[in-house]
Design a protein around this ligand. Structure first.
Ligand code: ASP
Length: 467
């Protein structure tokens, strides 16, 4: 007999069916055994009656065992119907049970709210944590939103393009993870902090509208709710403007909420805009929480923050080893037109504002982008302002400067912090709740035990000695 999914059972009243599932609950009442069965489509209550041939095997069953159940779908008597649970109007009368696999007692309970369980244990046994209702919902909704955004962008004539993970290092504001090359001993690939350069080169390559759900890797010191790898919805467009990109993204966010989260309301449409200076003056940060009611879990207050300074003085965490000045957001951003003259003359550097726009939601930055310097002379100026010498400019960015000399179109883009957006949409306290296989705040994968030592054979093959 073909397998029936649990969410199709209510259409099969009085029929005999086969389901394949886990046992969520097992209550042996002596004469009868009540069981809750669960598959990816839902739950149903089953009962093994006292005269059932399945009674004996039924007594041996335990929660989280995987079973194949043959049973008859019965409508429950009116007084036993439950409106508030899935399949509350039916019950599966169990005729036969085949045990497909047994399960040890789980290290923590997965019914109820697993957020109260020690997170290290949840992360070590993430595959069990993922069986929990709330985690199932979060990961399924993540997929639903990804599909929505993909469809949306395809409809807008974007194309989805993958960019390399094994790449070269570029100073982009954070540290890069590196991967040693076996063939080219002593040389290293770098993992991308974002697809920034590739997506701009795709514009030079003539694609005009690109997007990607991109894995980004940043080797940062432990900073609360950060993950060493995270997902961006990354976009780049040619022949566009700040306004064009902001409008497209705003509409996409509004549609995303109204289609997928109809219970939520957006505080203000069109999204308000605030200058960086005003945000700092009024709120003391550049991602102000402008919600009217911070206790309303369904309120979404989007805000564009614009008019950022392009450069700031280098501080102690000067990972790029730049001179007196470093970029605030993105070295590839273009200054606003009215500051182009100062920029090219390297004057009033502190006062130069960039085309950068950040999108914030309820006090979190959920995305940012800019219009780019698409001519080699202007791009080079940014590095000159940051005091890079010619050698360093050529080594790090020579390929970009060269590419821009072959007819690069004006272009710009944006990237969303997709995990953070999902965290906010799902009302979760941190991004680990919406990432299927998250690492700890200290960057450890407790399930796979990474990072970890490698064999000495592998080290010598790579020409690596640990000091
Ligand atoms: N690449 C930038 C970032 O990762 C986003 C962008 O400017 O498109 O923040």
């Amino acid at each position: 007999m073909n397998r029936t999914k649990i969410n199709e059972l209510s259409k099969k009243i009085n029929e005999t069916v086969v389901i394949k599932c886990w046992i969520s609950i097992c209550r042996n009442q002596g004469k009868m055994i009540f069981l809750d069965f669960r598959d990816a489509s839902g739950i149903v209550q089953g009962v093994i009656l006292s005269d059932s041939a399945a009674l004996e095997v039924g007594r041996s069953l335990r929660t989280e065992w995987v079973v194949e159940v043959t049973g008859k779908v019965n409508e429950r008597p009116e007084r036993n119907k439950k409106n508030d649970v899935q399949n509350g109007d039916i019950e599966l009368e169990v005729l036969d049970v085949q045990i497909l696999n047994k399960a040890e007692t789980l290290p923590f309970p997965i019914d109820g709210d697993t957020r109260s369980v020690d997170e290290n244990i949840r992360l070590k046994y993430r595959y069990l944590d993922l069986r929990n209702d709330r985690m199932q919902k979060n990961i399924r909704n993540r997929s639903m939103v990804q599909k929505f955004l993909r469809d949306y962008l395809y409809n807008e004539n974007f194309i989805e393009i993958e960019t390399p993970l094994l790449s070269a290092p570029t100073p982009e504001g954070s540290r890069s993870f590196v991967v040693p090359s076996r063939i080219w001993k002593g040389d290293f690939y770098s993992l991308p902090q974002s697809p920034q350069q590739y997506k701009q080169l795709l514009m030079v390559g003539g694609f005009e509208k690109y997007f990607q759900f991109a894995k980004c890797m940043r080797d940062e010191d432990t900073r609360g709710d950060r993950q060493p790898e995270f997902t961006q919805l990354d976009m780049e467009m040619s022949f566009t403007s700040e306004e064009g990109i902001m409008q497209l993204n705003e509409k996409m966010l509004i549609d995303l909420v109204s289609v997928n989260y109809p219970q939520k309301k957006i505080q203000q449409v069109p999204f308000p805009r605030m200058s960086y200076a005003e945000a700092m003056e009024k709120y003391g940060n550049d991602r102000p929480d402008i919600r009217n009611d911070k206790n309303d879990p369904n309120l979404l207050a989007f805000l564009w923050v614009i008019d950022f300074p392009m450069f700031e003085k280098t501080g102690e965490d000067n990972v790029d080893n730049t001179g007196e000045w470093t970029f605030t957001h993105n070295p590839f951003s273009k200054p606003k037109d009215q500051f182009m003259e100062d920029f090219m003359n390297m004057k009033n550097i502190a006062g130069i504002l960039t085309t950068q726009y950040d999108i914030t939601l309820n006090g979190f930055e959920i995305g940012g982008g800019s219009i780019r310097n698409y001519e080699s002379a202007t791009l080079k100026k940014t590095f000159e302002i940051m005091d890079y010498d010619e050698d360093r400019i050529q080594v790090n960015f020579g390929h970009m400067l060269k590419a821009f000399d072959f007819g690069a179109p004006p272009h710009g883009g944006i990237a969303w912090g997709f995990d953070r957006l999902m965290m906010l949409l799902e009302n979760e306290p941190n991004i680990r709740e919406v990432i299927p296989f998250a690492k700890t705040g200290e960057g450890k994968d407790l399930m796979m035990n990474a990072p970890c030592d490698i064999s000495s054979a592998q080290k010598s093959e790579l020409g690596i000695k640990i000091v």
